[in-house]
Design a protein around this ligand. Structure first.
Ligand code: NAD
Length: 260
């Protein structure tokens, strides 16, 4: 059995992932703002430091898998702080614990929404790693939405984290240490995040028009991404790294069929 750390473990995709891994007999250290083994606010530097300190103690310095799921969609700077800086801090901060494993694997949850329009200036600031400037710009953007009606804070944070994975995965600290690093990009998943929209006919129609999912759509239960995260972070994943795997009922294939 393996030792995993899963952020966002108190709800939705993170909860389904932690539950699946535990049912398989693995040890899981859950992380969330409350109600987890490690309670830490990943929007802050203190919370991220607390995560690394407690994870190091609870894992005896070795983790086989790290899965960064925590995130939110609110059109506020905190979304950028958690979805991008919190996720990168989780993966970078715990990389030394992964390096001590014989089959280390990491994954992060991006989104199908990363394919929608983003804010270019915010993307630049995220790629430069300038959190103070990024949060100030995010504050100025406020509730700015793109043509699809999505918060650009959300779409930009998800594109940035997916690109970070593709840049980091093949480099020495990751691939060189035998650590697989991938992202998944879910379409619509039935969790508290999408509950309100999925409850109304109008909301379901808007989600389905935005991202039609002909295979088993219009939405999937959180057990679907949990199964994919399980495999990507298992020892069975011997050669997949730097990928953004869309789990969306076919939405991405419809959107850009020319891309292979
Ligand atoms: P959710 O709201 O059920 O779960 C998110 C979890 O993240 C919660 O437990 C929450 O407490 C935690 N979290 C939020 N802010 C935090 C912070 N500052 N510190 C620590 N933990 C924090 O939502 P979900 O649908 O399970 O979302 C999980 C991930 O999947 C998110 O990154 C989300 O963007 C992504 N995603 C979801 C969907 C979907 O349709 N549900 C689609 C694409 C991507």
């Amino acid at each position: 059995t393996r030792k995993y750390l899963v952020t966002g473990s108190a709800s939705g995709i993170g909860l389904a992932t932690a539950s699946r891994l535990r049912e398989e007999g693995h040890t899981v250290i859950g992380v969330d703002i409350a109600g987890a083994e490690i309670n830490a606010d990943l929007s802050t530097a203190e919370g991220r430091a607390e995560l690394v300190a407690q994870a190091t103690a609870l894992s005896d310095g070795v983790l086989d898998g790290v899965i960064a799921v925590a995130g939110l969609v609110a059109p506020k700077p905190v979304t950028v702080a958690v979805n991008y800086f919190g996720a990168v801090a989780t993966l970078e901060g715990l990389r030394p614990l992964l390096a001590a494993s014989t089959a280390p694997r990491a994954a992060v949850v991006a989104s199908l929404a990363a394919l929608e329009d983003v804010d270019d200036r915010l993307l630049q600031l995220l790629e430069a790693g300038d959190e103070a400037a990024a949060l100030a710009h995010a504050d100025a953007l406020g509730a700015t939405a793109n043509a699809a009606g999505s918060s650009v804070l959300y779409t930009t944070s998800k594109l940035a984290v997916a690109r970070w994975v593709r840049r980091a995965a093949p480099t020495a600290p990751w691939a060189g240490d035998g650590i697989a690093l991938n992202a998944i990009a879910p379409g619509v998943i039935e969790t508290p995040m999408t509950k309100a929209a999925l409850e109304t006919e109008e909301g379901r129609k808007a989600l389905d028009e935005g991202a039609p999912a002909p295979f088993n759509g219009p939405a999937a239960p959180p057990t679907a991404p949990a199964a994919l995260l399980d495999w990507l972070t298992s020892a069975d994943n011997a050669y997949v790294t730097g990928q953004v795997v869309f789990i969306d009922g076919g939405a991405e294939a419809i959107r850009r069929p020319e891309l292979v």
